[in-house]
Design a protein around this ligand. Structure first.
Ligand SMILES: NC(=O)c1ccc[n+]([C@@H]2O[C@H](COP(=O)([O-])OP(=O)(O)OC[C@H]3O[C@@H](n4cnc5c(N)ncnc54)[C@H](O)[C@@H]3O)[C@@H](O)[C@H]2O)c1
Length: 418
């Protein structure tokens, strides 16, 4: 099967790097995004998101004529869908972007085309993509899961899921080097999708069916979430018995088969805090542990707020510095960050005067500015605050000399000043 042209739908953190890597591997890439500004920027050979080495890759791909962006889907040999899959307020996957992308490509699909969903999706969503396409294009033979291969007509298309597991900041390297799980709606779809990924992946391509591929991505993040929840629960037990959780974990991990993760103020980011819900919401009876883990981790910001309130109650007009807002160390990503939630709640509950320190962003998120929070430098916070709430283990905070916080109340949720 040959893929001379690929239409990549959704040119964000996943789609744009993928488009540039496909182009670098000799394919003609037609990128599509509903964001006209992004399309314009890309066609000028520039990028609208931040990711190391992506600028050069896009500039080269556009200069060589191998990457062109559009606001509408274009005919191609293969289609890669990399649109958002957010979570609804009641913890269900919002598949509306995937559905509109699937319906939008339907008019330009031709027999023999391959459609790969790269977005993170719940089990069964690749089959839903088939149904949406079939509704739009009754003339095409769209595969169904488990169907007899002979029963799929000649005018068929191929549909598969290939989840993305790259780490932001390393996307250009990991897109090529990571192992990939590829699962088709039927065997012929799996084979077609494997052939596409073999064109640019150096890692192993692990072939399976679409449901296994869907659950594989979700369970990777649920696994991390459950293990973090164990560490977070342990931190609550330690607080109850006045035990240093960091020392406890470091000693327990000297057991040759124990490796407890680090507790923290909660779990953030757009993957670990969300993906487990995609399993829980569709299989609630089978996922008591995963749900409990989500609840333990989601409860942790409240525990930190209560701890700060107890410390603040002992002081008059306390100044409280929240150190770090990102969801993890040394990144500027504030999505689903427990540090932002903790900072906001301290302000809302009037616990004291709040200073927010986040060395990786130039302006505070609107959720905090709306509450009147102002950004402070680390130096100012160390000088002014009575209580230092260490929420993120950024390098800048790890390098602070103990003398800088001597005599202050420290609530260290990351175990770097303990
Ligand atoms: N970013 C990551 O690190 C990462 C890692 C693994 C998996 N994922 C998954 O990959 C998917 C994409 O994530 P992302 O981070 O690239 O999102 P993103 O928000 O950065 O990019 C998505 C792009 O899709 C565009 N879009 C939305 N609807 C569209 C439509 N109908 N047609 C064309 N374009 C449309 C948006 O304008 C946006 O530019 C999600 O399912 C996400 O969960 C992301």
């Amino acid at each position: 099967m040959s893929f001379d042209s690929v239409c990549v739908v959704g040119l964000g953190y996943i789609g744009l790097p993928t488009a540039s890597v496909l182009a670098a591997n000799g394919m003609k890439v037609l990128g599509v995004d509903t964001n006209a500004d992004a399309v314009r920027t890309i066609n000028e050979g520039r990028i609208h998101i931040h990711e190391p080495d992506l600028d050069v890759a896009v500039r080269d791909a556009v200069a060589q004529g191998n990457l062109l962006a559009f606001t509408e889907p274009q005919p191609a040999d293969a289609f890669v869908l990399a649109v958002p899959t957010p979570m609804t307020p009641d913890h269900r996957p919002d598949l509306s972007y995937v559905e509109s992308a699937a319906r939008a490509i339907a008019p330009v699909l031709r027999p023999g085309n391959l459609v790969v969903v790269e977005s993170t999706i719940p089990v069964g969503a690749t089959e839903a993509v088939c149904r949406w396409i079939a509704e739009e294009r009754p003339d095409l033979a769209v595969p169904t899961r488990g169907a007899d291969p002979e029963s799929v007509g000649e005018d068929r298309i191929f549909v598969a899921h290939c989840p993305e597991r790259v780490l932001p900041g390393q996307i250009m390297k990991e897109l090529v080097g990571n192992d990939r799980v590829v699962g088709g709606v039927d065997e012929a779809s799996t084979e077609a999708a494997v052939a596409l990924y073999q064109r640019f992946c150096q890692g192993a391509i692990l072939a399976t069916d679409c449901r296994t591929a869907e659950l594989c991505k979700l369970c990777e993040n649920a696994y991390r979430d459950v293990n973090i929840a164990f560490a977070n629960e342990l931190s609550l037990v330690c607080e109850r018995f006045d035990i240093d959780v960091w020392q406890l974990i470091s000693f327990a991990n000297r057991h040759p088969r124990v490796n407890i993760l680090k507790p923290g103020p909660g779990v953030g980011g757009h993957c670990i805090a969300i993906d487990p819900w995609f399993i829980v919401s569709s299989a609630p009876e089978q996922t008591k542990l995963m749900r409990q883990a989500r609840e333990v981790n989601d409860g942790k910001p409240g525990v930190v707020v209560e701890r700060v309130k107890r410390e603040a109650a002992r002081l008059e007009d306390p100044v409280i510095a929240c150190l770090g807002l990102a969801f993890k160390a040394d990144v500027d990503d504030l999505r689903e960050s427990p540090a932002v939630a903790i900072t906001a709640r301290l302000v809302e509950e009037g616990v004291g005067r709040i200073l927010a320190v986040e060395p990786y962003v130039s302006s505070l998120p609107s959720k905090l500015t709306a509450l009147g929070v102002v950004a402070a430098t680390l130096e100012a916070a160390l000088a002014e605050a009575d209580i230092l709430v260490l929420l993120v283990d950024h390098r800048q905070f790890r390098e602070v000399a103990p003398s800088a916080y001597a005599g202050k109340v420290v609530v260290d949720t990351r175990g770097i000043w303990s």
